[in-house]
Write a protein that binds this ligand. Sequence first.
Ligand code: NDP
Length: 462
Amino acid sequence: MPGYDYDLFVIGGGSGGVRAARVAASLGKRVGIAEEYRFGGTCVIRGCVPKKLYVYASQFPEHFADAAGYGWTVPEASFDWPTLVANKDREISRLEAIYKKNVEGAGGETFHSRAMIVDPHVVHLLDEDRTVTADQILIATGGRPAAHPALPGHEHCIFSNEAFDLKELPKAIMIEGGGYIAVEFANIFHGLGVDTTLVYRGKEILSRFDMDLRRTLHETMEKKGIKILCHSVTEQVRKRPDGRLEALLTSGKTLTVDQVMLAIGRIPNTENMGLEGTGIEMTAAGAIKVDDYSRTNIDNIWAIGDVTNRVQLTPVAIHEAMCFIETAFKGNPTAPDHETIATAVFSQPEIGTVGLSEDEAVKRFSDIEIYRASFRPMRHTLSGRDEKMLMKLVVDGTSRKVLGAHILGPDAGEMAQLLGIPLKAGLTKDDFDRTMAVHPTAAEELVTMYKPTYRVRDGQRV
Ligand code: NDP
């Protein structure tokens, strides 16, 4: 569009923003993108990527222990936290450079600056003290950990952002929350040798997942030595003269630890961006309100990813970016599909899941079949590790459609990705039954559970 500096200006260089900028630029559009911190965003810089690297790091003690059953003698191992942090930093710097280079390589222009919208077609780049104009503006500023100002002593607490770069590994940590981040970090810190306590306000961790997996993961984590206190909330955090922290819980218990980490959800980054002045509508939760096509109430301003608080997952932001490109630049209006999203929790053991949990399915369907297998995976036979794998299919007894697939155990995340395809395609249990198994694998269990373990009819287990 002549008259503007850019066809598209993107605010936020995370997974969603970078994808939109890169693809738009590769279509020949004049694209600018501003990122105030580091290209790559939460996922690359202080989320999924470093988290997974730390998960790998934390798994080695179990690998060393398991090796004995396979004939190996492993000398006493030691761990160096600064080495892990430094190696992680090197890897994310490499990825950060790739993200930036990909946009520039496609012809886009990158800015290291905070950006504010001053008018529906005007963006002010604060760090450059420069104003640019754009035909279309895309907001992809993501989110950040929810603060907890109501908690006395909250200033002593850290969030996942800081947890990655602690100067030293704490001897003891308390983590508040029972969601993805709390559970993943509890397993990471425990695996690295930290005395770890998870404090969760509800009755069982991971409230949005299948109850069978939640209970089994809880038991397995406790068996490893992670302390989990449900029905508990921190009332106060106090710093002792020796620098250690005391967390006072509603149960009356006091925990003495070196770090208290809060993982109580994430909130959209929408402040000080000029949104109010431009008249962009927000939801009650402070997210940018968008229609089915990620368009805000202002015709040429769009928003994708965590800032819209639809589903806070990296692949969702990327998918929304691709749909935005179709809609805004290819004349092919495409609404992102947020149904049946496969996801993983990188706990130890892992959770991989897609579709409806048993409880959700029972609420929506009158005749449910549950296929459930709990077994010791082959890799744990010689190691002697007392850990079960759990697989569960939730099937609509009437249409035979597989509504949900839930796995707890090694490589569950990898399996969830593949199970996402048949569930998205709406395949039936009969399709699963006529699929040949791959032997010997753990995943073969998914196509060899021929008889329902139980049924739930009109809410009653029969
Ligand atoms: P989640 O929404 O997963 O969990 C938040 C947890 O904090 C819940 O257990 C919630 O309890 C609890 N909580 C909320 N408010 C309070 C409070 N005031 N006091 C005490 N507890 C509270 O958020 P996370 O922060 O763990 O992660 C944010 C998002 O990031 C996730 O929803 C997920 O979408 C994404 N993510 C994805 C990952 C992956 O794909 N593997 C990894 C990490 C993050 P309750 O259950 O009772 O509401």
